[in-house]
Design a protein around this ligand. Structure first.
Ligand code: SF4
Length: 135
């Protein structure tokens, strides 16, 4: 599956879900499914590493500029590490239970495909836990 498909999924598209509300409101640059980064990955997959790196740096450079004073983190939880990716990722690596919240839509899109193998009956066996969200 191409990464591009992630943003087109009705169920987990972070923009449609509202989990990217901060980014959507404050910035014109959308991170998830970003066209420039998708183009970079396409070049990497073709073996054109140099062009992939060039495009990737264009994405990173645009990200740096766009979000230098804005909140880039879509996580809605009440958390003192909000937007502090370095410590957020370290915490998740340390406890090993799950990934940072910003990764959920991407992983859920892939899990959803696998879930189809059992006609999504896994939904009968699981229930999302309560989460304390920011207002
Ligand atoms: S790594 Fe953590 S702090 Fe960074 S964007 Fe993702 S959820 Fe937010």
């Amino acid at each position: 599956m191409k990464y591009k498909d992630v943003t087109k999924c009705n169920i987990i598209n972070p923009i449609q879900m509202g989990t990217d509300a901060v980014s959507r409101k404050a910035a014109s640059m959308i991170i998830e499914g970003n066209e420039k980064e998708l183009a970079a990955m396409e070049q990497f997959h073709k073996g054109n590493r140099e062009e992939g790196q060039r495009l990737q740096e264009e994405f990173a450079s645009a990200f740096r500029e766009e979000y230098k004073d804005k909140d880039h983190c879509p996580c809605k939880k009440i958390c003192r590490y909000h937007g502090n990716c370095k410590e957020c990722v370290a915490i998740h690596r340390a406890h090993q239970e799950h990934v940072p919240n910003c990764m959920r839509p991407m992983l859920n899109a892939k899990i959803k495909i696998l879930s189809g193998l059992t006609e999504h009956t896994i939904a009968n066996e699981i229930e999302p836990p309560h989460e304390n969200l920011r207002k």
